[in-house]
Design a binder for this molecule. Sequence first.
Ligand code: AMP
Length: 399
Amino acid sequence: MAIRRVDQVELKGKRVFVRVDFNVPLDEKKEITDDTRIISSLPTINFIYGAGGKVILASHLGRPKGKRDPKYSLAPVAERLSRLLDRGVSLAPDCVGEEVKGQIERMKEGEVLLLENLRFHPEEEENEESFSRALASLCDVYINDAFGAAHRAHASTEGMTRYIRTVAAGFLMMKEMESLEKALLNPQKPYVAILGGAKVSDKIGVIQNLLNKVDTLLIGGGMAYTFLKAKGFEVGKSLVEGDQIGLSLNLLEGAKGKMKFLLPSDHVAAERMDVQARREIVSNEKIPGDWVCLDIGPETIGVFSDEIKTARTLFWNGPMGVFEMEPFSGGTFAIARAVANSQAFSIVGGGDSVAAVNQAGVADKIGHISTGGGASLEFIEGKKLPGIEALRKNSGEIG
Ligand code: AMP
């Protein structure tokens, strides 16, 4: 069933609840260090107040574990959003309750209210019924624009949709789905996927799924070392998940003859994980027993970049090394530039890879930057995302 879009809904004078993903990174001073997610939600917000709706925004931020904690207040987001929209944005004291209801009753058309962190209530993640009903009672229309939270069946992404007549997707949600579907359902070949990050175990599902779809899989980051170990290399103190070695070997065997499954051939190894530590470029055969590999080396960058050049579809998730530390960031930035320079339709997902393309200044050359790391992986994996299914189920007849 088709999903209704925000511009297919009557919004004038309506209380419009918009589930957004404002889960942005904050530094110690509670300054927002990357506002990609806020900026990405602006088209939907602008559209709703332009159409005369009362905009009620709701999001989670961090992991306050079901308790009110000022560290996870959405106050910095309200301030940034107000600046970006160039209009006042009030922050409600909570996301449910009489006071919030009163505040919403007093709202006028075109006003914007941000509810306080949904996860201050444990019932949000528990998808609890009375909490879902309480959220639903705040509005006439429900819009979900939080692709980054769509892989969770929470009260604000799934539960509350059962108690609202009019539900629809925001523009960001639609764009995410359309771009990922393009890579998933009908990819132009060659299709090259690049996976990195810390753990194989997090990405087993997506690797299994990609084996049948991609022409080339490039693996970097910490997860590469479990595969290299499975192939019999000594990887020193590099990150290895012992319980994933067997499965990794099966994946390598399964790929044989069907596709290219490339692992790094050289590395930036260091005495320890420290910017001051001694470091060296080493090949797979020469990884010192008590050193740790923290980035892909120049030969690997060359091989991976050549593969990326030939691609017509690219999917990238996860850094190639410990890119937070400058001496180990070269591989990730080189891959960011290679992806940006390719002629392929490229999708980049996951906080770290998105940060890397932003920091490399090449974000405008990426086909689609996904705001959802886990959600984009699950989508590519072929899983049904509860937040999207809830919209599909409740969109009713459109037209
Ligand atoms: P993930 O959340 O699984 O995408 O993993 C991201 C993290 O993986 C980043 O914080 C990186 O620092 C880390 N990482 C990448 N490469 C390595 C490596 N070779 N050894 C240890 N950690 C790594």
